[in-house]
Design a protein around this ligand. Structure first.
Ligand code: C2E
Ligand code: MG
Ligand code: MG
Ligand code: MG
Length: 277
């Protein structure tokens, strides 16, 4: 096709494919060094009780202080890390950093909250993942109750054979297990009732159209009721307005997270935010 259209069109798209392959190669090699050079940092987004507004936890969100490009969010590098199997090292770093921060905050009494960690598919697939977590906690002297793990529906369904035992082993250590981005995946409802879970986090795409979108409202209310029926906690992500907060509270949502409460912040900014409340 390129040939038929002549040289100009050949040059038009060929370099862009090469560019993106090259860009990924560069990113990959920078990612390897980034761990060694300590360029990663965790940001923390507050999670509050819908009923009381009290701080109940913080979600750890990974950031990369890229030497040239500045602060990068996970969307820029998580997929590349997964494709090149760097995600296990990165995930282990996240787990440790989150547990360390939990310990610092508990010891200083600044923010004695549970820190939620996002897992990658690679980590959850790992044989002996629950033991690995136990090892980190033991190493750092951190009780499991100070951490929460967030998994997606996709991760649970992909590992449906081993997931019940892994989740049970994690919960036996006191960890809270949550399903992230709930409603966007394909969880079989039959499986949902059988998996040992603690919490559903309603995806922000259902929260964002509230309060005016009837379809979104129906879904959010249904998930809250289902969670109650299954004895699970439920929280909402991406809460941006007081109207959204009020509706979620009225419908019985337990927890809230989003810009309206607080954006993801560095640990220091989080402490400052907490002191100002
Ligand atoms: P997530 O776990 O669903 O995290 C919520 C995302 O929504 C975060 O984006 C957060 O900054 C953003 N957010 C929070 N409140 C609002 C709001 O009110 N409005 C809007 N529009 N967005 C809001 P972020 O930090 O860019 O993270 C994106 C995703 O990357 C996360 O989605 C999570 O799946 C993944 N991720 C983040 N940190 C890690 C990590 O340490 N390990 C792994 N495996 N994945 C991570
Ligand atoms: Mg999450
Ligand atoms: Mg989410
Ligand atoms: Mg997500």
């Amino acid at each position: 096709l390129a040939k038929a259209k002549g040289r100009a069109s050949y040059c038009f798209y060929e370099p862009s494919q090469a560019d993106s392959a090259y860009a990924e190669l560069v990113l990959e090699s920078q990612l390897v060094q980034a761990i060694e050079r300590n360029e990663f940092v965790l940001y923390f987004q507050p999670q509050v009780s819908a009923a009381t507004g009290e701080l109940v936890g913080a979600e750890a969100l990974l950031r990369w202080r890229h030497p040239q490009r500045g602060l990068l969010g996970p969307d820029v590098f998580i997929d590349v890390a997964e494709r090149h199997r760097l995600m296990l090292d990165l995930g282990a770093w996240v787990m440790r950093a989150a547990a360390e921060q939990a310990r610092v905050w508990h010891q200083s009494g600044i923010a004695p909250v549970r820190i939620a960690v996002n897992l990658s598919r690679m980590e959850f697939r790992l044989d002996g993942f629950a033991e690995l977590v136990a090892e980190v906690l033991r190493d750092l002297g951190v009780p499991g109750a100070w951490l929460e793990l967030e998994l997606t529906e996709r991760m649970l369904m992909d590992e449906i054979a081993s997931a019940p035992a892994t989740l049970a082993a994690l919960r036996a250590q006191g960890l809270t297990v949550s399903v992230d981005d709930f409603g966007t995946g394909y969880t079989s409802l039959a499986h949902l009732t059988r998996l040992p879970l603690d919490k559903l986090k309603i995806d922000q795409s259902f929260v964002a159209p509230l309060p005016n979108d009837q379809g979104a409202a129906a879904i959010v209310r249904a998930v809250i009721q289902m969670a109650a029926g299954l004895g699970l906690q439920v929280s909402a992500e991406g809460v941006r307005t007081a109207a959204q907060r009020d509706l979620l509270l009225e419908w019985g949502c337990d927890g809230l997270q989003g810009e309206m409460i607080g954006e993801p912040m560095s640990a220091q900014a989080f402490e400052h935010w907490l002191a100002q409340r």
